[in-house]
Design a binder for this molecule. Structure first.
Ligand code: FEO
Length: 179
C-alpha cells in the first residue's frame, strides 16, 4: 500500500527513466552517424539499462496494487556538436536524475513508507555508478582534446560494454532475469 503522493511521484520517475532511455538512444543514433560504432554501443547499452530502471518502478507500483500511469515522453536533443558534449549532457542529466531519486526518497520518508524507502535504496546506489561512469569518460575526453587517436581507442573500448540488465520484460522482471 502506497499513498497517492508516492504513487504519483513513482509514476513521474517512470517517465524520467523512459526519457533517459530516449535521450541515450538519440545519442547512440548520432554516434552511429558519426562512425563511432563503439560509443553507439555504449549509449545503446545505457538505453537498455534505463528501460530496466523504468520497468523496476513499473513492477513495484503494480505489485503495490497502485496505478501505473504513463505520460508523454519529452523529445530529446537531436544534434550534438561532439562526443564531449554528449557526455557533458549525460553527466548533467544523471545529476538531475539523482536529485529526483533523492526527492522521492525524502517523500517516502515523510510518508513513513518503509517499503518504498527499501525499494529506492537500489536507485540511490545505482546513481552513484551512473555519475561515476559518465564522469570517468568525460574526464578522459577532456584529457584527449583533439587527439583523434585517443577517440579511436575509446570507441573500441566502449564498444565492448555489455548490458548489465534484463532486456525482455514480457514475462516480468524475475523471468527476464532468469530467476
Ligand atoms: Fe536511470 Fe541513468 O539513471
Amino acid at each position: 500500500m502506497i499513498t497517492a503522493n508516492v504513487e504519483k511521484a513513482l509514476n513521474e520517475q517512470i517517465n524520467k527513466e523512459m526519457y533517459s532511455a530516449y535521450l541515450y538512444m538519440s545519442m547512440s543514433a548520432q554516434c552511429g552517424e558519426m562512425g563511432l560504432k563503439g560509443i553507439a554501443v555504449w549509449f545503446m547499452a545505457q538505453y537498455h539499462e534505463e528501460m530496466f530502471h523504468a520497468m523496476k518502478i513499473y513492477e513495484y507500483v503494480a505489485r503495490q496494487g497502485a496505478k501505473v500511469r504513463l505520460g508523454a515522453i519529452e523529445q530529446p536533443q537531436q544534434d550534438y556538436s561532439s562526443v564531449l558534449e554528449m557526455y557533458e549532457k549525460t553527466l548533467d542529466h544523471e545529476k538531475v536524475v539523482t536529485k529526483s531519486i533523492n526527492d522521492l526518497m525524502d517523500l517516502a520518508i515523510e510518508h513513513k513508507d518503509h517499503a518504498t524507502q527499501a525499494f529506492l535504496t537500489w536507485y540511490v546506489t545505482e546513481q552513484v555508478e551512473e555519475e561515476e561512469s559518465a564522469t570517468d569518460i568525460l574526464q578522459r575526453l577532456k584529457l584527449m582534446g583533439d587527439n583523434t587517436g585517443g577517440l579511436y581507442l575509446l570507441d573500441k573500448e566502449l564498444g565492448t560494454r555489455v548490458v548489465n540488465a534484463p532486456v525482455n520484460f514480457s514475462q516480468g522482471l524475475e523471468a527476464a532475469a532468469g530467476a
